[in-house]
Design a protein around this ligand. Structure first.
Ligand SMILES: C[S@@+](CC[C@H](N)C(=O)[O-])C[C@H]1O[C@@H](n2cnc3c(N)ncnc32)[C@H](O)[C@@H]1O
Length: 498
């Protein structure tokens, strides 16, 4: 990235005065584009060190997240205003133009201010040379938007809804076509609901907190939120959930001390459903989380299923790769969390800190260092495309491609096979993804269970009687537009007894 005062800005003009919110938003777009950064991880730290007032921080967030979410649409719009294909424009300049187009298309910033501030941003970050080009493109975009009279479909050259509904929804709702096809397929080709699901990806999600059972409760969380002036309400389904309407959850003492944490209510429901599902036969008290990082579900499972009497809280540490001894595991209900990546295993240990009967092992879930048939319950929350969390990861919809599934599906299947081998007859496996894509949800489960006579598919909806609109089963598919959660998928499976 070229800073203000770079060679291009030397000469007659003084360095352009760029307002800091736009500059920060541009830096986020550059980091995502250039270094593959995740906006939802980068932006909070940039804002924290910015010293900007809350209103300006809100504007940065709106610009950066909005432009990333709408990127495909913005590029389509820019393409109508320049003879040079957008993909060939110098990336720093292209990101400034995207921010400008976003302001014109989706915000109340007056057109003149959006054009002028974009030109200033281009001057400060790319120098004088592209100024005329940037100015002309922005003016043309502004004129097109004005001429269209708000008809987004016409402005963006979207196909007519009756001729190509998927193509129409893709352009108007700023999603790649393949994702719209997936959503429509899973929603039974209900196009109104598909539209609602796509729109939900663009809404600012509430922050969900979990009050860790046995450590705190949600009444305390709600009281702390009220004390801090944050708008909070109990979650809709999970007895441990609180939904915050904005604000920094780190300000709450129970969150700061790890007694509560940020966790989507959908993830809480997965852990809750596994904990609630009865095993058949005698439990030995071992729950295994086969893909644990960063440890949110593991921490909730530890609270729900492990024995906390007796031993005082010991911080969980990561063992590589030897598991705790059978004697240690057998001394009371316990949780073993596996995670192959060192940093993420460290995060799991942090979320399990204070749990007396939880262990973290750095290992591949396909080669768990445990005897076959030794676990009562296994959670296998597999690595996936993350298409169910698009509202939290603004750039993800354009970064993901259908080809990603080619590597993920075999890994997901192998991990599910490993989970079924690890659970004892009568024990239960929860297979979860943060994605509604059938290739990594229903099809993985059907393909694996179709080859195993020792496994039954349970009706997962029965484990969550308080949750409505779960469809025809036997699987659970949550949705942002129906449940206000991420689009988590869950299957519950039982190893049959002989
Ligand atoms: C969807 S995340 C799990 C989220 C976690 N259950 C939670 O609630 O915080 C999937 C995790 O699987 C891990 N993973 C990737 N390959 C794996 C493998 N072969 N065995 C076990 N875990 C794996 C990833 O590093 C990632 O941390």
């Amino acid at each position: 990235m070229s800073p203000a005062g770079s060679p291009g800005t030397r000469g007659a003009r003084p360095p352009a005065a760029v307002d800091r919110p736009r500059r920060l938003a541009w830096e986020v777009l550059r980091a995502v584009d250039e270094r593959g950064s995740y906006a939802n991880l980068l932006l909070p730290s940039l804002l924290a060190g910015s010293g900007l007032p809350a209103r300006d921080r809100g504007f940065v967030t709106e610009l950066a997240y909005g432009a990333l979410r709408a990127q495909g649409t913005l590029d389509g719009l820019l393409d109508t205003a320049t003879s040079r294909p957008v993909r060939d424009i110098d990336p720093p300049l292209r990101d400034a133009l995207r921010l400008g187009a976003y302001q014109l298309l989706r915000t109340r910033v007056p057109a003149r201010a959006a054009v002028a501030s974009t030109v200033d941003l281009v001057r400060a970050t790319s120098g004088e040379r592209p100024i005329r080009f940037a100015n002309a493109v922005m003016r043309r975009v502004a004129a097109r938007i004005a001429e269209s009279g708000g008809d987004l479909a016409q402005l963006l050259g979207a196909p007519r809804f009756d001729a190509d509904p998927i193509g129409h929804l893709a352009v108007v709702n700023a999603h790649p076509r393949w994702i719209v096809e997936v959503v429509a397929e899973v929603l039974g080709d209900d196009l109104d609901e598909t539209r609602a699901a796509l729109a939900a990806d663009d809404e600012r999600p509430a922050v969900h907190l979990v009050a860790r059972p046995g450590r705190t409760d949600r009444e305390r969380l709600l009281a702390e939120a009220a004390q801090e002036g944050l708008v909070a309400a109990p979650g809709l389904y999970s007895p441990f959930a609180v939904r915050l309407d904005g604000g920094d959850p780190g300000r709450l003492p129970t969150v700061a001390s790890g007694l509560a944490a940020v966790q989507d209510e959908g993830s809480q429901l997965v852990a809750l459903a596994l904990a609630r599902t009865a095993t058949v036969g005698r439990d030995r008290g071992l729950t295994v989380d086969l893909c644990a990082g960063p440890g949110g579900k593991a921490a909730l499972l530890a609270g729900l299923l492990t024995d906390r009497s007796g031993a005082g809280p010991e911080p969980a540490s990561v063992s590589e790769p030897a598991p705790p001894s059978g004697a240690a595991l057998g001394a009371g209900a316990s949780l073993l969390a596996l995670e192959p990546r060192a940093t993420r295993a460290g995060l799991v240990a942090r979320s399990l800190a204070g749990e007396p009967r939880a262990w973290v092992v750095r290992a591949d879930g396909r080669a768990a260092p445990l005897p076959a048939g030794s676990a009562d319950r296994v959670l296998v929350d597999v690595p996936c495309t993350g298409l169910g969390a698009l509202r939290r990861r603004p750039e993800a919809r354009w970064r993901r491609i259908p080809g990603d599934l080619a590597a993920l599906v075999p890994l997901q299947s192998a991990l599910l096979v490993a989970a079924l081998d690890l659970v004892r007859p009568g024990g239960v496996v929860a297979y979860a993804t943060c994605s509604p894509h059938p290739a990594e949800t229903v099809e993985v489960v059907r393909q694996v269970t179709g080859q195993r006579a020792d496994t039954s598919v349970l009706d997962a909806r029965l484990a969550l009687p308080e949750v409505d609109a779960l469809g025809s089963g036997p699987f659970v598919q949550l949705w942002p537009h129906r449940h206000g959660t991420d689009a988590m998928f869950m299957a519950l499976l039982r190893r049959n007894q002989n």
